[in-house]
Design a protein around this ligand. Sequence first.
Ligand SMILES: *Cc1c(COP(=O)(O)O)cnc(C)c1O
Length: 236
Amino acid sequence: MAMIADNLQQVHRRLARACEAAARPVESVTLLVVSKTFGPVAVREAFAAGERRFGENYVQEGVDKIAALADLRPQLEWHLIGPLQSNKTRLVAEQFDWVHTVDRLKLAQRLNDQRPATAAPLQVCLQVNISGEASKSGLAPGEVAAVAQAIAALPRLRLRGLMAIPEPAPTFEAQRAPHRALRELQFALNAQGLALDTLSIGMSADLEAAVAEGATLVRVGSAIFGARPAGVTPAG
Ligand SMILES: *Cc1c(COP(=O)(O)O)cnc(C)c1O
């Protein structure tokens, strides 16, 4: 049972080393613990080890876990990092704190309309198909500026930044390239008057490369909880 705490320590050590190598303060990178496919008991263990931010891929699984952990709710931040269909936006607007996978204006408008007035604005990132893979969702880089400007005007959302799931790459340098492209896109958007402070990039296999290119939030699952059942891979 100490495995999760041990793994978390290792991940934090990796992050600290990556920050040091990039001459960045360690507080400039936030760890999002990706708990998809792992139950409330695993989340409680990570909570006991000090973690407060958790990422889920599937809306219903996330909502069930949020309910099972209702006693911790005020202390936790729940992030949706998986694909979002229009018919699930209400659950997400009502229950989550962040959504990383907004990839069209319509989705953002629904989330804005459905976000309860009593809740803080929903924090959102735009998902960008930075590797240009046909199978991946996400906005094409050239589409991002117009959508970002429109979303920035929605009062119940706060546009925080960009998210990507680059194609797996074998070397550090190859892993850096798509992360760098996303950072450059963020820079260009900020030069157009947006104030994006979040780059949601980096997973178990490439968090060092993501930190080297400016990741502010890394989404790590298997390095913390171990391998997931076959067939459950980063999707979107
Ligand atoms: C599953 C998933 C992760 C975590 O991946 P690991 O390789 O297990 O760290 C990160 N981001 C997204 C979008 C995912 O679906």
